[in-house]
Write a protein that binds this ligand. Sequence first.
Ligand code: AHM
Ligand code: MG
Length: 336
Amino acid sequence: MNRKFVTLYRHIIEQERIHPDATGELSDLLADIALACKLISLEVNRAGLIDILGFTGGENVHGEQVKKLDEFAHDTLVKAMEVSGHLCAIASEESENFIPVSEKFMGERPMSKYICHFDPLDGSSNIEANISIGTIFSIYKRISKSGPGTLEDCLQLGNQQVAAGYIMYGSSTIMVYTTGEGVHGFTLDPTVGEFLLYYENIQTPKKSRTYSINEGNYSKWDKNLQSYIEYLKAEDKDKDKPYTSRYVGSLVADFHRNLLYGGLFMYPGDKKNQNGKLRLLYEANPLAFIIEQAGGRASTGKHRILEVVPLNLHQKTPLFIGSADDVLEAEEFLRK
Ligand code: AHM
Ligand code: MG
């Protein structure tokens, strides 16, 4: 297959054909996300120019209100996705409550059957330093029968996801997604405005020699985690140690590097924040679905992420995610 000519949309349609009962609605949603993220990508690229062009004072050159980028990303995703009529609710890290999609957009389709969760612009505090940031999304089928979606629709176990993915705005813009049939990666070719396939069926190495964690929090961790990190840093040729440390501080960038090369990303709970910093619905669940599809593992340190019961929309969770053998070893240390 000439990969140059496999666009994201063609790939999604080919995946859809694996399921004879598919209606095409999920494919539409993925295409809508891709469109929204092309717009976000343009805006992220322009972010560095905003100071130079001098429109930080609230208005841009067109006299329009300049929004913070994460707000822009949230609005763009909501607008792009609600018009399809396939969603009955949206939940976003940028919004306190979920957004029930109004009957207006459901139009002919009061049975709109999907829910979408997203973190519109993760790592946005890194923008000014030109560090890669990303959008993370996750799609579920509704539980309620009709009308606008409910909180119950939004609070489903991660193992109920039907699709998940992320877009990384880095040296190039890439999109990685799964619908439960492997993990596939695309690069945005800005000349034609298309995401083109660059990596089909990504499998992450079973064992790595890279760990990613904010070690500045060391003094707040429990003893078992401290000794696990010491263990990773100790010399042991037979175990391919010491491990190397890589931490961007931008989840999508850390996750993507570890997905391709192998690695263990950790954001644990600590004395101050028992459940760490990352959100179950917007960050942990979608990345857990992807890593499992790529042969890796995702855990709270004790339990499989995809089986954690969400009790509220912005619930946080400790996260240990990446190469399966490394996550297993971390779990062993934490149990001691
Ligand atoms: P955000 O959702 O406010 O952008 O925060 C999430 C980010 C992740 O991208 C990253 O992994 C983490 O925060 C880094 O946190 P820390 O600076 O505590 O290491
Ligand atoms: Mg985030």
